[in-house]
Design a protein around this ligand. Structure first.
Ligand SMILES: [Zn+2]
Length: 291
């Protein structure tokens, strides 16, 4: 539902059906609205498209890639995009494209990404926790490559707002923290950490399918759920996981429990989310209004 003043209706245009370099010829047929025209770095943004009929081959274009949208009512579609925590601030365009009544249509919305400051954390760790031998580096590289391969599979959207917090006592910390370990700058922390006693149940934030369930060097016992449409949630350092790869999951199903496996200094849940466009702040995702 497009409710409240925060939905802003923007430009709609009909593209010439002739040739690949079609240009706008009229402002009719399809409209696009975003939940936030001024997202900060790390923010997710809901996108709604409306048309005077069914749109065939509808895709959402964001950051030079195309993503599927979900029909929520006849002629109304919903999608989710995000500003990665490493993206720059500044203007950007999200567009919807498809075929309406036999003609190519395109609607665009402009957003202005605002900067966000992240904490810098200086950590001093024993050498064994901060430096790795060759075999370990090879393992870390292989695990990262395998995960990004799984993140690149786009399945039909199954997510739905509102997302459910993964634990009952949701007290997030550290999103986007720029970590400096023993004086060495590392990758920004692309998730939140939630300190909780070992054994605390962890649950799925939305419907989906288990894309990964296994043991990783950094993540320890790890679960990744594919919610469709390029939306994934990740749960690391689990004491145990209670799901298997390929398993169908409903929102709220138990995934496992909080632990300290992998590179963790104490029991906590490392919880991250990925949407079309990148890694966003899970807390902002959970705050998206339900329909
Ligand atoms: Zn973490």
């Amino acid at each position: 539902m497009m409710t409240g003043g925060w939905w802003v209706l923007l430009v709609a245009c009909l593209l010439c059906a002739v040739g690949l370099s079609a240009r706008p010829v009229s402002a009719a047929g399809m409209s696009i609205a975003v939940s936030n025209t001024a997202p900060a770095i790390g923010d997710p943004v809901l996108v709604e498209v409306g048309a005077n009929g069914a749109v065939d081959n509808l895709v959402l274009r964001w950051k030079r890639a195309a993503w599927p949208m979900r029909e929520i009512a006849p002629g109304r579609y919903e999608g989710l995009i995000g500003v990665d925590l490493d993206d720059p601030a500044g203007p950007a365009v999200v567009a919807a494209e498809g075929i309406l009544d036999g003609a190519r249509v395109r609607a665009e919305a402009e957003v202005t990404v605002s900067p966000r400051k992240f904490a810098v954390q200086e950590l001093t760790l024993p050498k064994g926790m901060a430096e790795f031998d060759n075999a370990t580096l090879v393992r870390i590289g292989a695990e990262a490559a395998e995960l990004s391969r799984r993140f690149s599979r786009v399945t039909p959207p199954r997510w739905r707002t509102p997302f459910l917090p993964p634990v009952e006592e949701y007290r997030p910390a550290n999103f986007g923290a720029r970590r400096v370990i023993n004086g060495d700058p590392r990758m920004p922390h692309a998730a939140v950490d939630i300190r909780l006693p070992a054994g605390t149940p962890v649950r799925a934030i939305a419907d989906g399918r288990v894309a990964f369930a296994g043991e990783q060097f950094f993540g320890g016992r790890s679960v990744v759920i594919d919610h469709g449409g390029g939306v994934f949630s990740v749960y690391y350092h689990l004491k145990e996981f209670s799901v298997a790869e390929g398993q169908e999951i409903s929102r709220g199903d138990r995934v496992g429990s909080v632990g300290a496996t992998g590179r963790a200094t104490g029991p906590h849940l490392h919880f991250g989310v990925r949407v079309p466009g990148g890694r966003v702040d899970p807390t902002r995702l959970l705050a998206l209004p339900g329909r």
